[in-house]
Design a protein around this ligand. Structure first.
Ligand SMILES: [Zn+2]
Ligand SMILES: [Zn+2]
Length: 307
């Protein structure tokens, strides 16, 4: 089912109409983006007088212990046990955050920007954390006109893990309608949609798999959730936070034929010409990161969710 079909949903299911939100799907193509462009893993416009952020959490690395273990037990297969070692006693400088994403407002119509801002920048820590988990991403809203002199190049990465440093890609953007997870629909809408289906449970599953919370890197819309709804509430004002961006692990072109084949065709790119495409971000066993923001609170807080 492509974007055009989804745009017909309000007509086919009037009960859903008022729940549609636009989302800008971001299909990433290998590129050499410039600092003024939208990109994943590309250079960003960073004010020359503003210090580049560093991560002050405790970091570590994975080291081999030399100890041999049989895994699974009884299999006869021997591996060297690896262990997570803390590394902060070495006196190495704190890691610089890595620029992950820059989005220009004109490229992502579905994303709301604060007044006077036209650039979103997302950075995160590329090193391994002793506490585990992904470093809370930091988000900056900027005015690209008022930004003044910018850095010529980003500072070098330190202690970075390859899976947290995206390869440079440019977006092929498509703005479509997105719908909420079935668990978030009011009872009467839920009943209207699934109540008369031959197998209501199957109908609900199909809805969540195909229509709700688009499974794609995207800006705006509803966050994709593996099992349940995820719509965080702002600690400051108690309002629902809005999805800003969603990024998946290992965005490889072959992974999502439905979306990527279309994007590649539109860009006139032969998939077989791509030797190692995609952003190559990985959140380990986790599938996707979503970043939510509040536009009501004056400091525009964000939260992130990895699942
Ligand atoms: Zn860190
Ligand atoms: Zn708030």
């Amino acid at each position: 089912m492509d974007g055009t079909d989804l745009d017909d949903i309000p007509e086919l299911f009037p009960a859903l109409a008022s729940y549609g939100r636009t989302t800008t799907l971001l299909n990433w193509l290998p590129a050499n983006p410039g600092p003024h462009e939208s990109s994943l893993g590309g250079p960003i416009l960073w004010p020359a007088e503003e210090p580049w952020p560093v991560c002050t959490q405790k970091h570590g690395h994975v080291a081999e212990t030399g100890e041999l273990v049989e895994s699974p037990p009884g299999s006869g297969q021997m591996f060297t046990r690896s262990a997570f070692m803390e590394k902060d006693e070495t006196g190495e400088p704190e890691p610089h955050l890595v620029a992950v994403l820059q989005l220009r407002a004109e490229d992502v119509p579905a994303l709301r920007f604060p007044a006077g801002r036209d650039l979103l920048q997302l950075l995160w820590c590329p090193a391994l954390h002793v506490e585990g988990g992904i470093q809370a991403p930091r988000l900056y809203w900027r005015d690209s006109v008022a930004i003044g002199k910018t850095l010529d190049s980003h500072p070098p990465l330190r202690r970075s893990q390859a899976e947290y440093v995206p390869y440079p890609c440019a977006p092929q953007a498509e703005t479509v309608l997105d719908f909420p997870h079935s668990a978030d629909l009011p009872e009467e809408v839920f009943e209207d949609l699934f109540g008369s289906a031959e197998d209501p449970e199957e109908a609900e599953e199909t809805y969540d798999d195909l229509l709700a919370c688009r499974w794609s890197d995207k800006a705006g819309g509803y966050a994709y959730c593996t099992q349940r709804s995820c719509r965080p509430v702002c600690e400051g004002c108690g309002g629902e936070m809005e999805l800003l961006v969603q990024l998946f692990s290992q965005r490889r072109f072959a992974d999502d034929v439905r979306i990527q084949a279309d994007a590649l065709a539109k860009a006139g790119i032969d998939p077989s010409s791509l030797s190692d495409p995609g952003s190559r971000i990985s959140f380990g066993r986790m599938e996707r990161m979503a970043v939510f923001g509040c536009f009501t609170c004056p400091n525009q807080p964000i939260v992130h969710d990895v699942q």
